[in-house]
Design a protein around this ligand. Sequence first.
Ligand SMILES: [Zn+2]
Ligand SMILES: [Zn+2]
Length: 146
Amino acid sequence: MSQPSEMEIFREFIRKKGLRYTPEREIILREILKIHDHFDVDELYLRLRNQGHRISKASIYRTLPLLIECGLVQEVYQEDGHMHYEHIYGHEPHAHFRCLSCRRVEEFQDERLEEVAEEFRRKHGAEIKRVRYELLGYCAACLKEG
Ligand SMILES: [Zn+2]
Ligand SMILES: [Zn+2]
């Protein structure tokens, strides 16, 4: 049994919500899947524009919550007042370290994060959909420079 593709998941989700499946939304998702790093709306907008797509930032802002809701994209961190995202489907869950000086973002994995979520779930009877864990500080290179 093969896993459904991102496109299939998104189409099915849109259908279940009773929304219209627009080519625009598909173009946005396709572009996001090509970005193998964290991105923000401005970056995504520019990438689309450079390829000749006329997609407004407003449509990107409208599409992102749908992609998050169906589990294809997640919010990663807020910087300078705007959110950065990444696509997550088919990727191992990971946490982030963000350097406050050079703004480098590093990903790391630690199974203990899942354990904390599991323990919380048991204790509080909650349903955990996503684990988001972020360390903020200064990277070794920045510390060296003082
Ligand atoms: Zn740094
Ligand atoms: Zn990441």
